[in-house]
Ligand binder design. Sequence first.
Ligand code: BTN
Length: 260
Amino acid sequence: MYSKEELQNGLTTFIFGKKIFTYDSIDSTNTCAKTLASAGAEEGAVVIAEYQTAGRGRLGRTWQAESGSNLLFSTIIRPKLEINKTGLLPFFAAVGAAQALEVVTGEHFECKWPNDILINGKKCCGILLESSFQNNVLDYAVIGMGVNVNQKVFDGEIKDRATSLSRECGKEFDRRDVFHQIMTSLELLYSEVKIGNFTITLNEWKSRTTIFGKQITITQAGERLQGHAVTLSADGGLVLETPAGHRVCYAGDVIFTKES
Ligand code: BTN
């Protein structure tokens, strides 16, 4: 793993990455960041690892990433948000990542609900946001990001859906540059987000999604819901127009359904 000094050299942020914990191997950077946050670690602290033995994805899935090729990190935030706005934080993380990857590669990145980042229709970055509350107030949130940077081969069930920056752009990237840019993009958006203003974040997210107006199916835990994606609700849900009226979804996987 890069040393803390190698990661901080050239980093111009004041919050994100000011404190960095590095590991060659760890169970999950999110699990570690949650432990640190519970013990009082400061906002912007980062846990980054070369390899995860128990990397976690959304909906109880695992996140697998080859050692030495990718970025696997988690960062802690402590915005003073009303509880109904915490559901918007994944959009902040997704937009920060998409903007950063665009700066580094010059390519366009799409935001897929709820918080995947795609390039050329394939996923190159996954985000797992975990929040902790005390007395109905957000204590901290951990933003975990897995960015496929230079990995060339993807096997198994993700074979056709996953890709990396390197595969799509035909060149290798310095992972420190990608890390620096993500820290910078998050910090730029965060000044508004931390005071509860998500206008810029949501406008950016909406400009990067292709979901609205489409007929989609959302699956979660064996349940399926079909409808037209209409908009985002004020608390971050996806509003679907279904034959039974409007429904709001907060988690699941989206597939585009062919209109008959
Ligand atoms: C998903 O797309 O399902 C989210 C994947 C999130 C993976 C990252 S890798 C770094 C951090 N640590 C984890 O255990 N998960 C997140």
